[in-house]
Design a protein around this ligand. Structure first.
Ligand code: TYM
Length: 333
């Protein structure tokens, strides 16, 4: 049996890296697996990074992230879609896993090193972050985890945690596997950064729900092949950010045309960027229209999440009973 789980943090506006790398995959797998596709806005993870957390905006960003996923096509009546803090078992299983996870393994996590390096005082929760992530997945005994490339190391750790638990307490959890969207392993930032990231701020991201005029204001000055100083200089699309975006947004004919045009100096960078905007508008306009509709009906979003949390609890509670019992806690069935 396949069971899918994935999570997304409410630490900022969702961007096209989240969309192509993960959210689109959620919808596709949701259509395939229905109630065995479980998706979560991981709000307990968000405060682990003090630079990305603000209690004044957490609830709004959580709502916005849910709304964006629904606008992309996640249907809370068909899949299980909920907010992590509304299902207490996540924190409980996370704690159980901290008991047998070596600190050394956590200190090796690349994302931890990146984030910790920017902080004067490192919250213990930041180090424990991937343990909670393992709990998210294993609480539902999920084996399939759609994510972008940056999460692969965390999923490897979740496999290790499952293996260790099974070894100590008997076969309980599957070893989950990351499912990557090959075309969008790591969508680059519009500022030229290697990875588009919520935490790098608005100058790096193209928001999924961002107005097209505002997207154009970022695309227009975005870096291209530095060898193309003049319009007549040929360029190399393979090292151009805009060509990376064309591969995500444009149809095959346009991709061929700009590829050829760039190499022969047949098309200038601004025209190439304008062609890209056509694809961006085509892809994002319907999503933004659905988002506007949902924003006018917030109860649809909140009701969907409530329904999802109930469904999630019903799956999580017996798994947690099993874990307590296997670990030898008093009163556990
Ligand atoms: P988060 O919130 O940073 O990102 C959500 C998803 O978007 C993917 N992603 C990208 N993919 C391609 N290119 C990019 N530039 C890009 N930026 C982000 C991420 O890989 C991710 O799939 N730790 C997770 C949240 C989490 C989780 C989980 C994921 C918590 N528990 C359990 C899976 C299973 C995170 O911070 O994702």
């Amino acid at each position: 049996m396949t069971r899918v789980f994935s999570g997304i943090q409410p630490t900022g506006e969702p961007h096209i890296g989240n969309y192509f790398g993960a959210m689109r995959n959620y919808v596709r797998l949701g259509e395939q697996y229905g109630q065995d596709a479980i998706y979560c806005i991981v709000d307990l993870h968000a405060p682990t990074n003090p630079l990305a957390y603000d209690k004044a905006t957490l609830a709004r960003l959580t709502f916005e992230m849910a709304l964006a996923n629904m606008a992309v096509g996640l249907d809370p009546q068909k899949v299980v879609f909920f907010v992590q803090s509304q299902v207490r078992e996540h924190a409980e299983l996370g704690w159980m896993f901290t008991l047998s996870t070596p600190v050394g393994e956590l200190e090796r996590m690349t994302q931890y090193k990146d984030k910790a390096g920017k902080l004067e005082s490192i919250p213990a929760g930041l180090l424990m972050y991937p343990v909670l992530q393992a709990a998210d997945i294993l609480l539902y005994k999920a084996d399939t985890v759609p994510v972008g490339e940056d999460q692969v190391q965390h999923i490897e750790l979740a496999r290790e945690i499952a293996r260790r638990f099974n070894h100590h307490y008997g076969d309980t959890f599957p070893e989950p596997k990351a499912v990557l969207e090959k075309a969008a392993l790591r969508v680059p930032g519009v500022d030229g950064n290697a990875k588009m990231s919520k935490s790098k701020g608005e100058s790096s991201t193209i928001g999924l729900l961002e107005p097209v005029e505002s997207i154009w204001a970022k695309i227009r000055p975005a870096p291209t092949d530095p060898a193309r100083v003049r319009r007549t200089d040929p360029g190399n699309p393979d090292i151009c950010l805009i060509f990376d975006y064309h591969k995500l947004f444009s149809d095959d004919a346009t991709i061929l045309e700009v590829n050829e045009g760039c190499r022969t100096a047949g098309i200038g960078c601004i025209d190439c960027k304008k062609r890209l905007m056509v694809g961006i508008e085509r892809e994002l306009t319907p999503i933004q229209a659905r988002a506007a509709d949902l924003r006018a009906h917030p109860d649809t979003v909140l009701g969907g999440l409530e329904h999802g949390a109930e469904r999630a609890r019903a799956i999580a509670a017996p798994v947690m009973d099993e874990v307590r019992s296997k670990m030898g806690f008093l009163g556990a069935a």
